[in-house]
Design a protein around this ligand. Structure first.
Ligand code: NAP
Length: 277
């Protein structure tokens, strides 16, 4: 997809993967609307992007909207607001996400429902609203996770939300292909962002797969857009492993102790790097 003069709406665009995608889009000449809750982080993100736009693509515009994607009333008007303020909408990136980690019995029912609301209901709702205004030739990118390909212990509702998002995307992609709208799901393994918060709370198994940088995720996403892929796994080999794990639960149980031991070592190294150990 040629990103010049395209208009993108990106939830969770103030940091991490969302900001990385916004940066590359602006560098390529697109305008972006960033949505997140924290106004300060949004403002800092927009400032850094406007710097890029001035230097490399004078036509790009950057707007920020401080909002919680769990607030359906706000979501309802977002796509139309982008059209009113920037003149159209070509790309929706559903990227804002939440994880309450821990054994199912230590996570409340309310927290589980919140994960589903932010990671699954909000992207579906916003996608549906965006479909009324998205221009032909446009794209919808859903940031899911490898946790949505194989059920992970200690992040049950997170796995459920991301699996749901993947299947929503696959089904919608089939429907929208004749309208020339590309729907793509991005499934990263661990990525070096602030998403982990207190790294101790993340399951060892999460770190059994190689950690990607934001740039690697962005690169793979843009490649997926260019190739019109339905799904992108990052890293690719971890995606194969996740599919194998899903298809062969017995084999997964056999390999689990090895993967957890490897994950524990990687996690300790990561915590040291981040000054959390
Ligand atoms: N990092 C990983 O290892 C990893 C792996 C697989 C998938 N993912 C997925 O990647 C996506 C982005 O995560 P990231 O790693 O880039 O994390 P991040 O750096 O923590 O970014 C999360 C972004 O989402 C925003 N956000 C969170 N909750 C929100 C809400 N309720 N409403 C609006 N905005 C909200 C945050 O800003 P505010 O807090 O200010 O709202 C921030 O801009 C998530 O969907 C996550 O599930 C991450």
């Amino acid at each position: 997809m040629d990103l010049r003069e395209k208009i993108a709406l990106i939830t969770g665009g103030s940091t991490g993967i969302g900001l990385g995608l916004a940066r590359r889009m602006v560098q390529a000449g697109a305008s972006v609307v960033l949505v997140a809750r924290g106004a300060d982080k949004l403002a800092a993100a927009a400032d850094s992007l406007r710097g890029e736009a001035t230097v490399q693509s004078g036509q790009s515009r950057v707007l920020t909207i401080a909002a919680d994607v769990a607030d359906r009333a706000t979501l309802h008007g977002l796509p139309q607001r982008v059209v009113s303020e920037l003149g159209g909408l070509d790309i929706l990136v559903n990227n804002a996400g939440l994880n309450h980690r821990g054994p199912a019995l230590s996570v409340t029912a309310e927290q589980m429902a919140q994960v589903i609301e932010v990671n699954l209901v909000a992207p579906i709702y916003l996608t549906r609203r965006a479909l009324d205004v998205l221009r032909p030739g446009g794209a919808i990118i859903q940031v899911a996770s490898l946790a949505g390909k194989v059920g992970f212990a200690k992040q049950t509702s997170y796995s459920a939300s991301k699996a749901g998002l993947r299947f929503f995307s696959r089904a919608l992609g089939e429907e929208l292909a004749p309208r020339n709208i590309h729907v793509m799901c991005v499934n990263p393994g661990p990525v070096d962002t602030d998403f982990f918060g207190d790294i101790r709370s993340a399951a060892d198994l999460t770190f059994s797969q190689p950690m990607s940088t934001v740039e690697e995720v962005v690169e793979a996403t843009l490649r997926g857009l260019a190739l019109r892929q339905a799904e992108v796994d990052i890293p690719v080999a971890s995606g194969w492993l996740a599919t194998l794990g899903y298809l062969s639960p017995g084999l997964t149980r056999l390999l689990l102790p090895l993967m957890e031991a490897r994950g524990a070592r990687n996690k300790a190294a990561y915590m040291r790097r981040k000054g959390q150990l």
